[in-house]
Design a binder for this molecule. Structure first.
Ligand code: GLU
Length: 581
């Protein structure tokens, strides 16, 4: 069965446009009546119309559509509570959780411990609020890249040579723990060079940047990743080429945790990775480790060359140092776990799914800076230019991409291009930044050619509504003109469905009402939560001129009539838009 078919057969979450919670404006902007708890609100949204119960499946599928998963450690109490209720029902129970019915008290008790996360999810307060809309595009990129059949699988050791060129997996995890995966995302692969930024991060965390960079530089080498070359200070160019990574390994044997046995040091690094992945899959491939050690002439040559040039902090056992490096390269992840590792880097070192502060934010900043300039072998400069994101690739076909403060992505496909980067992985990144404004130097304010799936869009929207309604109530037609000019939707309403026209009419601001109807073409008779139109408001507060004006627009035929151009919209107002927004 193809991936597409598999996905079709999977139970799809509720259609977001039709699902009741999606349009619940009071969840978007906060509760109107603070005496009603969020638990009650959710129960009322999901409860079946005529019965006093909700079906757990309806609630959960809406929850999963926000990007959360039933395996999320932050929801463990909710899942346990639901399972317990189901078990207590025994043989007569509904069979599976999806069909379980809960009354109000059962529901409230079940979600109580995780209510903060659940309510953030339904209020669309995660970094990617329209998660399914966003992942639909990711899915599209996945299929586009799946078609690619160029590139060669690494063949310097048999374990890599035997990998299928068809493997292709994409996983992402946001800084709020929203997850999406498609393709071969559960198949383990060795992290290889993707371990380099991670061991560098551990070294920074343990020793600090000043100590680490006494021994290793921050410059792209401009040469092959395993070239026998040092910078003019006789140091490795950066920690992401082999020379630099051997140096990081030497730190592990010397400066870091001296008291530990070698075996414990291996565990120490592995447990760092495990914590970064939120406890998800991290393994070790002994066959790859043995093969790496067998085929290590270049790495041995590098280590000797570095010792000759006194690169290492102390006298070290070179064989142990190389073994440690090969062990790090031979650790295994899958796309799913690697995406959480990438998300931990995107989140300043705090794992999004566990809240565990694994790395210091400053260590992560240094790692991302070098991933940005040096993470993609000989293609690093071009990647920084075209994609503009910190990333690190490995010879196994893995590619770890970080969108700082937003999300982490793991891509895996073994066929490599001439620079040693996954062909499908690179193409995916290009697709991603051609649609979304994730390139580090995309302008978030003025550029219009890309989409922004981030939450701040909503925060801006919330701000716009407040400012717009405020100026309508205050009769500030100049401010309203500026909003119109800068593209604000003049028809938008607050959580009570009150529009700018309602407020301007209620306050008797005839010029604002005129501006909204004549120049903005807003509908003359929107109905608010209490069934009131702007004309009703005008009459209620004895503004008959306003009521008449609105009535004259209501009498017009509802033919799509272009609003008249506002003569004052040009000239001086135009110059001040920037200062308002
Ligand atoms: N095991 C490889 C080496 O050191 C890692 C290569 C890579 O992923 O770049 O040569």
């Amino acid at each position: 069965m193809s991936d597409k078919e598999k996905m079709k057969n999977e139970k799809k979450p509720l259609n977001r446009q039709n699902s009741s919670w999606y349009n619940m404006s009071f969840l978007d902007y906060g509760e109107k009546d603070s005496s009603i708890s969020v638990e009650d609100l959710l129960y009322d949204i999901f409860k079946h119309n005529d019965a006093d119960h909700l079906v757990v499946g309806d609630f959960l599928s809406a929850l999963w559509s926000t990007g959360l998963r039933n395996t999320d450690p932050r929801l463990s109490e909710l899942m346990q509570n639901l399972q317990k209720i189901q078990q207590d029902l025994g043989r007569d129970g509904p069979g599976n959780l999806e069909n379980l019915k809960l009354n109000r008290d059962q529901f409230k008790a079940s979600i109580n411990e995780n209510i903060v996360l659940v309510s953030r999810a339904f209020r669309r307060q995660f970094v990617i609020p329209e998660f399914e809309e966003f992942t639909d595009k990711i899915e599209k990129f996945y299929y586009t890249c799946k078609e690619i059949d160029t590139g060669k699988v690494a063949a310097y050791i048999p374990q890599l040579e035997r990998m299928s060129p068809n493997y292709w997996g994409v996983s992402l995890c946001t800084i709020d723990g929203q997850r999406f995966s498609i393709g071969d995302v559960k198949i383990p692969f060795t992290i290889q060079s993707c371990s380099k930024p991670l061991t560098y991060a551990i070294a920074l965390n343990e020793l600090g940047s000043e100590v680490v960079h006494r021994y290793v530089g921050q410059e792209p080498s401009g040469r092959m990743f395993n070239e026998l070359i040092l910078d003019h200070n006789k140091r490795p160019h950066n920690p992401l080429v082999n020379a630099g990574a051997l140096l990081t390994s030497s730190f592990m044997l010397t400066l870091i945790r001296r008291e530990m046995a070698l075996s414990d040091k291996f565990e120490f690094v592995k447990s760092f990775l495990k914590r970064m992945s939120g406890g998800e899959f991290v393994g070790f491939n002994n066959a790859v480790f043995l093969s790496e050690r067998e085929n290590a002439d270049r790495n041995y040559a590098l280590a000797f060359y570095m010792r000759e040039n006194k690169c290492f902090p102390e006298k070290i056992n070179l064989r142990e140092c190389l073994d440690f490096y090969f062990q790090c390269c031979s650790m295994e992840v899958d796309c799913e776990s690697m995406s959480v590792i990438a998300a931990t880097l995107a989140n300043g070192g705090i794992c999004p799914t566990t809240g565990d502060q694994v790395l210091k934010p400053d260590s992560v900043r240094d790692v991302l800076s070098l991933m940005h300039s040096c993470g993609m072998y000989d293609y690093s400069g071009q990647f920084a230019f075209t994609v503009g994101l910190p990333a690190k690739s490995g010879v196994c076909g893995g590619l770890l991409v970080v969108i700082p403060n937003v999300l982490g992505i793991a891509l895996w496909s073994p066929p490599l291009d001439q620079s040693g980067n996954s062909v499908r992985g690179i193409e995916f990144c290009k697709e991603l930044v051609s649609m979304f404004n994730f390139h580090r130097y995309d302008n978030l304010k003025h550029a219009v050619n890309k989409q922004d799936p981030r939450r701040h869009k909503y925060e801006t929207k919330g701000l716009n509504i407040v400012s717009l309604l405020f100026s309508a109530a205050a009769g500030d037609v100049t401010a309203m003109r500026r909003y119109k000019l800068s593209g604000v939707d003049m028809t938008q309403s607050d959580y009570d469905n009150r529009t700018a026209l309602h407020l301007a009419a209620a306050e008797g601001h005839v010029d604002c009402v005129d501006f909204l109807l004549k120049y903005c073409g807003v509908p003359p008779n929107p109905v608010d939560r209490w069934g009131q139109t702007p004309k009703d408001e005008a009459l209620r507060f004895n503004h008959s001129a306003v009521a008449e004006l609105i009535q004259s627009y209501m009498d017009k035929k509802p033919i799509a009539e272009e609003p008249v151009e506002d003569p004052k919209a040009k000239s001086k107002d135009q110059g001040s838009i920037g200062s308002i927004f």
